[in-house]
Ligand binder design. Structure first.
Ligand code: DAH
Length: 360
């Protein structure tokens, strides 16, 4: 006698396991367990058919074969269902978390530059750049430094091995006017060279800021780089006085550094008379004296003065008609004081650990 209940038990077992199967691998395991030629449980039942009583063989064989077909088509159906949920090869998984895109930051020197430019634009100044490759005339001679002038040593100059014929290109104004074209021989040591270019080209009144790179023969250390940046300021008109100079610096410093004091200290520059260096109270110690300010309570931020009559003469202005003030301020110097940076080289190493400390 053949045990027909074995068929129902297998069917129930298969259905349970099929319901739990979720992957191709699960289906393969089911296929093996039930239908494999050597060890499948349905295959084993089929083998029993031959050994059963003859009158039962036919019916029993039909039932087992029906189960086999049922299992095969159930497996096929589930296989197709799983395949239909699988994304096509190369498809984009829109549920994946997105990749972080690293955000760049505005370089601290660029922030200072934008801030200073904004301050002066609000006060009615024009912003212009000048050429970095200059000639002796604009960098020295017209600024009241004749060839033997000792002040030329104040800034050790980088001269060019091969002069650039045909003159120089100004960054924003296109070609420098023909009358000013001379053979370029050096890298400008200060933005003051642009004072001459501007005054030779335009009549007064003037309110001008020139941001840009300057070059000197300095070795790298905490406070020196052979290339650094300055803001040149120039104001010329009728009745411009030292009081305007001081008032302008007080306004600028208030906006840049907040509530600090400003003082003028007598100094010397060949292109200004009188000349003054401008100090602000040290922010590290509030003016009490500390290592940062070398125990003076003050930090120098710029050089300045009233434009020397010899400079007006060189550019063809009438020194009896107009007066003016000028200044030169180090961009790195301002950034170091503003952000508490103690090594100028950090601005040029582009180490992201440094740059990341500034806000976006
Ligand atoms: N050119 C000077 C320097 O590089 C800075 C300077 C001082 C600029 C006085 C000026 C000025 O226009 O009047 O150190």
């Amino acid at each position: 006698m053949i045990d027909r209940s074995a068929i129902d038990t297998l069917r129930a077992d298969f259905r349970l396991r099929l319901a739990a199967a979720t992957t191709d691998r699960d289906l393969k395991a089911l296929d093996d367990a039930f239908l494999s030629r050597r060890s499948g449980s349905v295959t084993a039942l089929l083998k029993q058919v031959a050994s059963g009583p003859p009158e039962e063989r036919r019916e029993f064989g039909r039932l087992v074969n029906a189960l086999k077909t049922e299992i095969e088509s159930a497996l096929d159906g589930k296989r197709a269902a799983i395949a239909s949920t699988r994304p096509p090869a190369g498809a984009v998984d829109v549920t994946l978390a997105s990749r972080q895109i690293p955000m760049g930051r505005i370089h601290p020197l660029m922030r200072v530059r934008q801030e200073v430019e904004d301050i002066f634009v609000r006060m009615g100044y024009e912003i212009l750049e000048g050429p970095e490759v200059e000639d002796d005339y604009h960098n020295f001679e017209a600024l009241n430094m004749p060839p033997d002038h000792p002040a030329r040593d104040m800034q050790d100059t980088l001269y060019l091995g091969v002069p650039i014929p045909g003159g120089i290109w100004g960054a924003h104004r296109g070609r420098v006017p023909e009358a000013q074209v001379r053979t370029a021989t050096l890298l400008r040591t200060h933005t003051s060279a642009m004072q001459i270019r501007y005054m030779k080209t335009f009549p007064p009144p003037i309110r001008l800021i020139v941001p840009g790179r300057v070059y000197r023969r300095d070795n790298l250390d905490l406070s020196h780089t052979p290339m650094f940046q300055q803001f040149e300021g120039l104001v010329v008109g009728r009745g411009v006085t030292l009081a305007d100079l001081k008032g302008t610096f007080e306004a600028m410093v208030r906006e840049l550094f907040g509530d600090v004091k400003v003082r003028l200290r007598p100094s010397f520059f060949p292109y200004t008379e009188p000349s003054a260096e401008v100090d602000i109270t040290c922010q590290s110690c509030g003016g009490a004296g500390c290592g940062t300010c070398k125990h003076t309570g003050w930090l120098e931020i710029l050089g300045s003065g009233m434009v020397h009559p010899a400079v007006f003469e060189a550019v063809g202005y009438d020194a009896d008609e107009v007066t003016g003030f000028a200044f030169g301020m180090g961009m790195e110097r301002v950034a170091m004081l503003k952000y508490g940076v103690d090594d100028i080289r950090l601005f040029y190493e582009n180490d992201v650990r440094f740059l990341e400390q500034f806000p976006l």
